[in-house]
Design a protein around this ligand. Structure first.
Ligand SMILES: [Zn+2]
Length: 524
């Protein structure tokens, strides 16, 4: 099996994406995770361009990496300096990384109009910079910026820029589609031309401005590139970089290449979530391979066929990338979904059994009223249990009151909830404050349930709370749908509530969430 080298630039090019900002600690955590995952090169930043990156490389010196090589990024020397005296190149040398990714111009238009030096001067700048870093014993990856656009405009000059880099000893020629506008056939043909001319390994660094970054990276590999650059989840400037989550999965599962450490591809989904979590980004649910919806089946015919054979509607098996298959519940899904869900609860139901029919009727009725169970499988499970007579009420609400008071224009509002519930005929009455009404209700509910379910309760935490106003038919008041996500560290689940009143909708999602969590840990 041929090996494809994976070069991750989440921390450098990825951090140039809108809304992404990593602290030094964040970066160190991601480097460790990518190292464990088996990524070959991790580009950590551009020392000098960003002060934070100098600090990162200083701290990274004491990181123990088992597999990955740390890379610093920078540009060829400026026209007025010798390579050894250019402060930016000095920063690269001082960053202490074994590898440097050095970008230089290969598009004549950029040389004359952006850099404003002569075409020959640019070639000297490439040669000098690569040569200097090689004399320091560094591995040098030459990133040929705008290579594909440059080749289309002036193929001879674009090739000369690569020649200058290889003459100086560059170890890899990474061809960049910096503006992300190249078509797949162009990337394929140009990669072939470079491969035919140079013996040095060729890489691809592709941006996604035409939505073709994955395809363009794959064709580069099919035409002989052995090094691919990209970011986890496709973070990056404008429309992002090539998404390593898709590329790694395709290279390993479909093309049979060797990448990462053996067996690690099954951690792909977890790595994707890990990086999103640190970047504080909500995951792209429809992301191929690793998104929450990547293996979610909704239409009745699909679900029905899936129960006969998973290959009917899945191109790869979700477990190969560490993802999960999900059967979505909706009035569209029909009996098979309910049968599948019941099976997970350990119950064998026939598709035409009265319980299945009753559940579907209930779902249809609730969806008509604005519920959606697709993102709220825990609420669905509670309904299913109820129609199967498996539910056990853990508590009954007797009533609640929420007061929000703001005592002046500059005062923070104070929120207080009072709550009365009963558990097996025993009443509990509590008062609690919170940052807002849902938080106060959550605190009051926890306080009330503590004496009955203290230990299990302390494990359950709310992690997310979403509110959406839903369109209702003309003539009725607008309704809100709230979805609450919770975790007990072993697992996470979502519940939903709908009402014309946001507090009532939140309460219903909250009560479901706590009940579901307690039942998980307290089945009998
Ligand atoms: Zn880039």
């Amino acid at each position: 099996m041929a090996k494809i080298v994976i070069f991750d630039t989440t921390l450098r090019d990825g951090a140039q994406g809108e809304g992404i900002s990593f602290s030094v600690e964040d970066k160190l955590k991601i480097v460790k995770r990518l190292d464990d995952f088996g990524v070959d090169y991790v580009e950590g930043g551009w020392p000098g361009a960003y002060p934070k990156d100098i600090e990162f490389f200083r701290q990274a010196r004491s990181l123990k990496l088992d597999h990955a090589k740390l890379v610093s990024f920078g540009c060829t020397r400026r026209p007025k300096y010798a390579a050894a005296n250019d402060p930016l190149i000095k920063n690269l040398a001082e960053s202490g990384t074994p590898v440097v990714a050095l970008f230089g111009k290969s598009w004549d238009f950029h040389v004359t109009d952006a850099l404003r030096v002569s075409l020959d001067q640019n070639l000297e700048m490439i040669y000098d910079s690569v040569n200097y870093l090689k004399t320091l014993g560094r591995e040098v990856i030459f990133d040929a910026e705008h290579f594909f656009d440059g080749y289309k405009a002036n193929p001879e000059y674009a090739m000369k820029s690569l020649q200058a880099a290889t003459d100086a000893g560059a170890d890899v020629l990474a061809l960049c589609d910096t503006n992300g506008g190249s078509l797949t056939t162009e990337v394929g043909d140009i990669t072939s031309a470079v491969r035919a001319r140079f013996k040095v390994p060729v890489g691809a660094h592709i941006h996604n401005d035409s939505g073709l970054a994955t395809a363009n990276t794959i064709i580069a590999v099919e035409r002989g590139a052995t090094h691919v650059q990209g970011t986890i989840n496709g973070y990056g400037e404008r429309c992002g970089n090539a998404n390593l989550c898709s590329i790694i999965a395709i290279l390993i599962l479909k093309l049979g290449y060797e990448c990462l450490l053996p067996g690690k591809v099954s951690e792909l989904t977890e790595v994707s979530k890990f990086v999103d979590e640190i970047a504080n980004r909500s995951p792209n649910e429809q992301q191929p391979f690793v998104g929450r919806c990547a293996f979610a089946h909704k239409a009745g015919v699909h679900v029905d066929a899936m129960t006969k054979h998973p290959r009917t509607y899945e191109h790869v098996s979700p477990d190969t990338v560490g993802n999960d298959r999900r059967f979505l519940v909706s009035e569209m899904s029909g009996g098979s979904t309910v049968v599948q869900k019941a099976k997970k609860l350990g119950l064998d139901l026939g598709k035409s059994s009265p319980e299945v029919k009753e559940t579907l009727d209930e779902i249809a009725h609730m969806e008509h009223n604005g519920y959606s169970f697709e993102g709220a499988e825990a609420s669905f499970e509670l309904i299913l249990k109820k129609s199967l007579g498996m539910s056990r009420k853990l508590f009954d609400l007797k009533g609640f009151r929420v007061i929000i008071e703001k005592r002046g224009p500059n005062e923070d509002p104070i929120t207080e909830a009072t709550l009365k519930i009963s558990v097996d005929g025993q009443e509990a009455f509590t008062v609690a404050e919170g940052d807002g009404p849902v938080h106060a209700l959550d605190n009051a509910l926890r306080l009330a349930l503590k004496q009955f379910y203290g230990k299990e309760l302390s494990k359950i935490k709310l992690t997310d709370f979403k509110v959406r106003v839903i369109n209702t038919r003309a003539g009725t008041a607008a309704k809100v749908r709230t979805v609450i996500e919770s975790t007990d560290h072993a697992d996470s689940w979502s519940t939903v509530g709908v009402s014309e009143n946001i507090i009532e909708a939140s309460w219903s999602a909250l009560a479901d969430s706590v009940e579901y969590g307690l039942l998980r840990n307290h089945p009998e």
